[in-house]
Write a protein that binds this ligand. Structure first.
Ligand SMILES: *Cc1c(COP(=O)(O)O)cnc(C)c1O
Length: 374
């Protein structure tokens, strides 16, 4: 079986974890800071690590103080965590449609949904290709909104030469095994706004305030700390930070390898009229997390079956979020975001990860071509 996405682990990863295991600190130790400074070298911003990409999103929404009734505008073409973490604070989700070329949320459809309840726009860099961040920044400035970027797919990508993580008000990353780099489970929140970053971090660290100058009732005895707002334990242990540090050192190598696979597919799958290949906008230098193709209407399920029966694992990204029963179908009706629904009906993600061999790639192309009798 050829997996559609898989971690790339080497001996250095193994030794990194082993040395932490025999050190003083399994969690809350020095590896946390080391991982955070490595991440800031890639994303160009201060950040803190958390236990998952979902936790990162939860912290980001906590930082902007979402209250019941607030509205978040986002894309349906994403993993449910993008919405679920805002819904935990009672936010109402408004779905904007996508630009079919990239699979990313479209600024024009977003603007129509903005009203006095809107608090934030959450964009997702689908497949690793950055959303049109300048347009969203401009919208957020005009309507006084917060820009959150779910960059679970796109650590290592650039937008107009600037690293992802340095542009939105808050950016969140995931280090799940299939993502661009992994710490097993893990995530991070970055921001160049120190106040927002502090708020987000405090939420992920049990709401604890240790700076005695900020104390409201206690004295500055060494053991004292205060809690002003509740938070959660979203720490990432040193054992996993060590894996993250070892992985992030290879991020350029991983990016090149993903680029190489992207180019291989672009060259070898071109000319099949029933397939639309992914495109790259001029402003984007993506670290490709997915290789999403779209096929003619009605062919996707058959191609999916055909690839699986040939021992090639593929994925469909994503079921539009509002298809899930948690979104009441009386309100989130079918047809709400027609381009997203069409994208879902015709999309299939081919395998892309650093361990794919050229033999694997040739096989995948051959099987796809065979399906289309091409
Ligand atoms: C993976 C992913 C998440 C969640 O990350 P976890 O680390 O699995 O919690 C959120 N949003 C998107 C777009 C993702 O792909």
């Amino acid at each position: 079986m050829i997996p559609y996405g898989k971690q790339s682990i080497n001996r250095s990863d193994y030794h990194a974890i082993k040395s932490v295991l025999f050190s003083e600190w399994l969690t809350m130790g020095p590896m946390v800071k080391t991982f955070e400074s490595e991440i800031s070298r890639i994303c160009g911003s201060e950040n803190f690590v958390v236990s998952s990409g979902t936790a990162a999103l939860h912290c980001a929404y906590a930082a902007i103080g979402i209250r019941p009734g607030d509205e978040i505008i986002t894309t349906p073409i994403t993993f449910i965590a993008t919405q679920a973490t805002a819904m935990h604070f009672g936010a109402k989700i408004k779905f904007a449609d996508i630009d079919e070329k990239t699979g990313n949320i479209d600024p024009e459809t977003v603007e129509k949904l903005i009203n006095e309840k809107t608090k934030a726009i959450t964009v997702v860099d689908f497949a690793g290709h950055p959303a049109d961040l300048d347009s969203f920044r401009e919208l957020c400035n005009r309507y006084n909104l917060i820009l959150i970027e779910d960059a679970s797919h796109s650590i290592g990508s650039l937008y107009k030469g600037r690293p992802i993580g340095s542009i939105a008000d808050l950016t969140t990353f995931s280090f799940f095994p299939t993502k661009n780099i992994t710490s097993g489970e893990g995530g991070a929140v970055s921001s160049s706004n120190p106040k927002l970053l502090d708020e987000a971090r405090r939420f992920g660290r049990q709401g604890i305030v240790r700076d005695s100058t900020k104390f409201k009732s206690l004295t500055d005895d060494r053991w004292n700390y205060e809690v002003h707002e509740i938070g959660l334990n979203y720490r990432l242990p040193d054992i996993l930070c060590a894996l993250g540090v070892s992985q992030i050192k290879r991020i350029n190598e991983f990016k090149k390898s993903r680029e190489h696979i992207f180019e291989f597919y672009q060259e070898n799958l071109s000319g099949i009229s029933a397939i639309a290949l992914p495109i790259k906008e001029g402003y984007a230098d993506p670290m490709w997390h997915l290789y999403p193709i779209r096929v003619n209407y009605g062919l996707r399920n058959k191609l999916y079956q055909f690839l699986w029966s040939n021992e090639i694992r593929v994925q469909v990204n994503y079921i539009p979020a509002y298809f899930h029963p948690i979104f009441k179908q009386s309100e989130y009706i079918r047809g709400l975001c027609p381009k997203s629904e069409k994208f879902y009906d015709t999309e299939i993600s081919l395998p892309i990860h650093p361990n794919l061999s050229s033999k694997d790639l040739k096989k995948i192309v051959k099987v796809v071509r065979k399906f289309f009798k091409n």
